[in-house]
Design a protein around this ligand. Sequence first.
Ligand SMILES: *[C@@H]1O[C@H](CO)[C@@H](O)[C@H](O)[C@H]1NC(C)=O
Ligand SMILES: *[C@@H]1O[C@H](CO)[C@@H](O)[C@H](O)[C@H]1NC(C)=O
Ligand SMILES: *[C@@H]1O[C@H](CO)[C@@H](O)[C@H](O)[C@H]1NC(C)=O
Ligand SMILES: *[C@@H]1O[C@H](CO)[C@@H](O)[C@H](O)[C@H]1NC(C)=O
Length: 698
Amino acid sequence: MSLNLTKPNSSFTLCSFLFLVILVVIGLYTVHHLPRNPKNALLFRQLFLSSATNYTVSSYLRSLTSHPHLAGTKPSLETIHYVKTHFQNLGLETHTVPFRTLLSYPLHASVSMLFSNGTVFNLPLNEMGISNYDVSSGLIQPYHAFSPSGTVQGKVVFANHGTEDDYGVLGRMGVKVSGCIVMVKKGDSLGRGAVVEIAEKMGALGVLLYAEGDVSRGSFGFGVERGTVMKGVGDPLTPGWAGVEDGERLELDDNKVAERFPGIPSLPLPFESAQLILESLRGPLAPQRWRDSGRSNLSRVGPGLVMVNLTYEGEKKLATIYNVFAVIRGLEEPDRYVLMGNHRDAWTYGAVDPNSGTAALLDIARRYALLMRKGWKPRRTIIFCSWDAEEFGMIGSTEWVEQNLVNLGAKATAYLNVDCAVQGPGFFAGATPQLDNLIFEVTKKVKDPDSEVATIYDKWKTMNGKSNIERLTGVDSDFAPFLQHAGVPSVDIYYGRDFPVYHTVFDSFNWMINNADPFFWRHVAVAGVWGLLGLHLADDPILPFDYLSYAKQLQEYTDTLSRVLDASISLIPLAASIQELTSAAKQANDETKNLMVLELTDGLLALKIRALNDRLMLAERGFLDTDGIKGKEWFKHLIYGPRSNQRSKLDFFPGISDAIAESTRMSGRDRDATIQHEIWRVARAIQRAAAALRGEVI
Ligand SMILES: *[C@@H]1O[C@H](CO)[C@@H](O)[C@H](O)[C@H]1NC(C)=O
Ligand SMILES: *[C@@H]1O[C@H](CO)[C@@H](O)[C@H](O)[C@H]1NC(C)=O
Ligand SMILES: *[C@@H]1O[C@H](CO)[C@@H](O)[C@H](O)[C@H]1NC(C)=O
Ligand SMILES: *[C@@H]1O[C@H](CO)[C@@H](O)[C@H](O)[C@H]1NC(C)=O
């Protein structure tokens, strides 16, 4: 019986073994070649959301803010170590990438009032109740990084927010600022660097900058706002290339370096000290709207009665900064990157700026590691980036982008930035427009931290009447090198805005729990949106990019232009290129729909998806122009980037915006030609984007 049965049985075994081998081969093949089961991706996103906890984020923030950690100082090494160890403990592949770059620290500062009777009065420059400033302990006195050293003495003129319009008002009152020290009240319209730059252009000797503060938002008195006044971004000694240890470096007195720094000294002043100077001013009465805030003792604009002596001595020196990375390798497309970044360095304790973002990043890493233990592997590679020296001018991220420009250009699908994650209530987002829809979808999945049932999307919609996505046209966080130099689609999200302790010694863990996020649910909300964006971008078989919203946005910009430009300037090139982008976007959206329903099991589908994804990724690079923006050639993106003239209301197409502002001094024909040329450049950039999206040469 056994004999009889053995034969057929063993041949059956052989057959089924062969059959099994074939099945396994097919199985292995399909596992690696089929788009992943969308149901699993959904389950992992749900697990990501359900694994949110407020106490982890809170404990990360407490550790990160236990001491000041200014870039390049010894105490900052501990913060670097903390972030690195966190990633390593999660079992993530971790890298530390150092750069040697120029930073700037204060040695001595004084501001004194010299009365006509010979009395000299030294104004307090430090924050009330704080005396233990000491670079080596990490806590630094208020100063402007990269301000030149020097002593200036002169009468003071109050120039409101320091805009060119404000100087126009002074001029019409017959007040000249040349040879004077200018006092400026911090406003929203101008950055610190621009305030100093304009004052210098007007012939001022030096600048004193103060903030009104906001007593209604906590009894913290008045901090004094530190910050950089360097022009442009990145290490000034290595413009356009990475500041690696033994690499090329320009000399400090090289023109290319010197032009990055202001020519006149400046200092931030405590509110109380600023009031003493304001009260001493003589000259014409200040316009009513300059006095409207009611907090300043401003009545006359100067020039003063008293002389003021502004003295600043600082040192610019090479320091080592460290970017920390954690990498989760993609399974199917390891050579496509989704980058999630936040800076780590802070002027002081950095509870809001930037470590609310760091705490969220570390929590996303914790939750992604949990997903990995449950079997998740992203389709594309995710890179967590913890930048250094952002406060000095986006130095850590810029050097890294410059170092990795080719790989990023070929492989980076998106950069998701979070800087000051939690500043107060209300959700805000900025993005390049192809990401709008994804942001809307994701905010519909995350609970609003300040309500029981609503989603972030629901609350966001009611906040402004509509959910409004801003554009990344400023140069105020680490998305700048990614978008404006490398053309990587980018996002920037945060809760609240304009927090009163910005860049002051009061930006501490206590301020956070007393004022901005007592139970850390806003942190959890930011991490939720940020982390879900990351999961979609890393896992969606087809990149969730919709270029129709880009085309629509560009059309709105063109409509705005048509209202400000003379009829002698033609917008037809722009309209035609937007038409091309619209039709390429429609085609790409159709292809996406068709590919998503196909059930092909061969490698061809994978290749088709890959090809479409490449087009979706590369379209943004089309907006880059080799020549860059005139006068700021490092900035290559012709849709979003810094504009020189703050008087211009056009916060897009920086080249066109600058041309319009500049050409006011030109004759009719030259003016038209200058503006028209910039319009052609933008039109060609949009055409390049459309061609990249279409994916066909002519
Ligand atoms: C000099 O003038 C200032 C301001 O008016 C005043 O506070 C100070 O007491 C005067 N000093 C002397 C020595 O008169
Ligand atoms: C403004 O002036 C009033 C009246 O002179 C004075 O009491 C107050 O202290 C001044 N405020 C500041 C901030 O100096
Ligand atoms: C201005 O103040 C600085 C520092 O106190 C001092 O060294 C310098 O002599 C003063 N300048 C003038 C012109 O008084
Ligand atoms: C977490 O949230 C709960 C509920 O809001 C709160 O009671 C708790 O204090 C929070 N934990 C931390 C560390 O903030």
